[in-house]
Design a protein. Sequence first.
Length: 157
Amino acid sequence: MNGDPAACCAHAGHVSPRQGRTIGDVFRWAEHTGEIELEIEAASEHGVYADAVRAMAELLGGDRPPQGRAATRRVTVAARDRPRLLVELLAELAFLAESDGFVPDALEVVSAGPTELDANVRGRLGEPANLVKAATYHRLCFEERDGAWRARAVLDV
C-alpha cells in the first residue's frame, strides 16, 4: 500500500473527496485465504490437547528441524467449556511464539478439567517459521463421540 487513501480503495469505485465528490457509505466482503482449520481425533481428552500442541509445533516450526535453546513454559488457561479451552490453549501458544519466539514440542499435562488446563509445554526458543494471528471460535467443536475425542478450531495465519 502506498499510503494514499484514494489508491487503497480505487478498485472499489471510491472517489477521493479532493476531486470534488463525496464518498457514500459502502461496505463489502472480500475473500481472504488467511485461515487454516485444525481437526483433531484422539483417544482421550488429554490427547486432544497434546495433538493441538504437536500441530502448533508443526505450524510454527515449519519444515525446518527444531532450532534454538530448549525451554519449558507453564501454560494455564481457563474457559467456560472444553471448546473454548482449546481456543485459549492455541491462543496462548500463538502468543508465546510471537512474544518469546517459543516453538512448542510437547505437552505435559499437570491437570485438566472441563474448564481449565494447567500444563508444562516443552519447546525451543528461536525464530518461529510461521506465526498465528489468532485462534477463532469459527467452526469450533470439542466432543467425545463413539469412544473418540474430536476437536476442530480455525486459526488466522
